[in-house]
Design a binder for this molecule. Sequence first.
Ligand code: PMP
Ligand code: GLN
Length: 387
Amino acid sequence: FNSKLPGVGTTIFTTMSRLAAELQAINLGQGYPDFDPDPVLLQRVARALGNGHHQYAPMAGIETLRRAIAAKTAECYGARYDADTEVTVTSGATQALMTAVLAAVGPGDEAIVLEPVYDSYVPAIRLAGGIPVAVPLRPPRAGDPRYRPDWGRVRAAITPHTRLLMINFPHNPTGTVLQDDDLDELERIVEQTGILLVSDEVYEHMVYDGVRHASVARRPALAARAFLVSSFGKTYHATGWKIGYCCAPAALTAEFRKIHQFMVFSVSTPMQHALAEHLADPAPYLQLPAFYAAKRDRLAAGLRRSRFRPLPCPGTYFMLADYSAISDLPEIDFVRWLAVEHRVAAIPVAAFHGDPDAPASNRQLVRFCFAKRDETLDDALERMRAV
Ligand code: PMP
Ligand code: GLN
């Protein structure tokens, strides 16, 4: 039997959450909140369930939700997506990403990803028959502790076979966000090429310090070639609902839907009704930066009182921390040790690298998720001060 994905095992998120449960460790690993969604949204779900929305939704998503997504994307980014032909509701961002990659990439096509890279991208490219080309983000260096996109290296990786560039900003796991001049650079890189973009913007509403999210939807030249992916799981503290969406020009959406209809056909009807109502109110997502910045600052302040050194976190609900003052174990071994000895679970950044054992993948950095109640963060910090 020839595996389609040789070398792929169980994801690091599953592995670390299982270990955290076994050890009764505080789980700052897998990215999900330990608090409930807005009660108003939960009432909307209860109402939708009571209103008999129990059968298949239309393949592309219910009309009111598609319209709400188009309106919200117009409001936030000035983009004009047609709700009928350019918006598709998906089973989370994961399915949207897989579907977009299968639509965009064929056998022998090259697809560029930026490393560290979210774990589903490379397997999606391989399943499509494509060739993943990893371009590293510029790592932290003396005087600048941030990861940054290295557009020169992206440009250098382009060949006549490049079909797709996959980006993810705000970036999991580094928290890197784009600025307007990054979008300028991206426009210059792809102009006069046939390169498509997948822009995974699931953390679009988690950008801090007054910076505005640099969505590809702000730039018509980028939006014209992009599958823009987002997820209600992140925005509404409901990762278990698995509902997201993809906005793309009509020609790309037509190809996307050909695959979507045979992958899931449609997604949970009552949840779509509830989300359509909830999305009409911008307040919940506009409150997210202040809500999460407070948690970020709490975690950073606590880590500074430990031997971990937090890195800047301009976006996402993840913070990287350097543990070189504690241990010289490689990252995968360090997170196991931390979970076993101190009962705090984290994610090794090395797991976001094609070769997790390579020295460049092991910068003695771990990722903590701060989408947690303040008590959870405080308990974890108390344990980490003993490390
Ligand atoms: N992309 C990124 C960068 C993510 O971090 C995640 C989930 N944590 C996803 C996609 C998947 O989103 P969903 O849960 O909606 O499938
Ligand atoms: N995206 C989440 C994270 O980065 C995990 C989602 C998953 O477990 N697939 O932690």
